[in-house]
Write a protein that binds this ligand. Structure first.
Ligand SMILES: [Zn+2]
Length: 243
């Protein structure tokens, strides 16, 4: 089968679209983690190895992503404590890191988006980038994070780590298309539209040589929590009645 990145006919590997560490697989946990999907007609699935796709990458191409995946893991999972809380004295409104590696972080996020866009796994069925997929692939092959207007990225983070694995999807803000991608407790909004970022979002997007700022999102009152609760309850009900 042909690798979707290099294009050569080579044996393909079980490639994770979202790195395995973001699935929070606990070797001592009780049972495999569950993929909570809001796809119609689907329900939660056990995903022992995490969500992977064996139709996209050869081993050499998968290795291209290692350095960026490790950086995402170091920053958002292992190193989350190093973020400073942004407050106005009473209200906590975000997270701040004075310095970070812009190319590595942006390429981590763009490479997850590209993997999702070429994956045939049902979890990523809503991520169709059309002609933008080729442009994104070139950025990855050249390890070019691009400017703020090329696949610009904005970040938000839940104030909780108890997040399931949610489907990414496309949506519009001010008429511009974005992909919403869940990376554990971090949500990345990536502009997948060829038009430039709107003024509302430009000052919040990742930019080289500036501190990293991440807006906070309350998990307790979020629609994501309500969706996950509903699906988990429905799944429990289904397994109870099918016994
Ligand atoms: Zn390849």
């Amino acid at each position: 089968m042909n690798c979707k990145l290099c294009g050569f006919d080579k044996p393909l590997v079980d490639a994770h679209v979202i790195p395995r560490s973001f699935h929070r697989i606990d070797p001592n946990g009780d049972g495999p983690p569950r993929l909570v999907t809001n796809e119609k007609g689907r329900h939660t699935q056990k995903v022992r190895k995490g969500v992977y796709d064996s139709t996209i990458l050869c081993v050499e191409c998968e290795h291209r992503f290692s350095e960026w995946d490790d950086y995402g893991d170091d920053l958002f999972l292992k190193g989350w404590d190093q973020f400073e809380k942004m407050t106005d004295g009473t209200c906590h409104f975000g997270y701040h890191l004075p310095a970070y590696d812009y190319p590595k972080l942006k390429l981590f996020i763009l490479s997850v988006l590209w993997r999702a866009s070429v994956s045939s796994h049902v979890m990523f069925s809503k991520i169709d980038l059309g002609g933008r997929e080729t442009v994104l692939k070139q950025s990855i092959l050249q390890a070019d994070p691009g400017s703020v207007d090329q696949f610009g990225v904005l970040l938000q983070a839940f104030d909780s780590n108890e997040i399931g694995i949610l489907n990414p999807h496309l949506e519009r803000f001010d008429g511009i298309r974005y992909c919403r991608l869940y990376l554990g407790h971090v949500i990345a909004f990536i502009k997948v539209d060829s038009r430039p970022l709107g003024e509302t979002f430009r000052h919040l997007a990742l930019t080289p040589y500036t501190p990293l700022r991440i807006a906070i999102k309350n998990f307790g009152t979020s629609p994501e929590r309500a969706i996950m609760q509903k699906l988990v309850i429905a799944d429990k009900e289904r397994s109870r009645t099918s016994r």
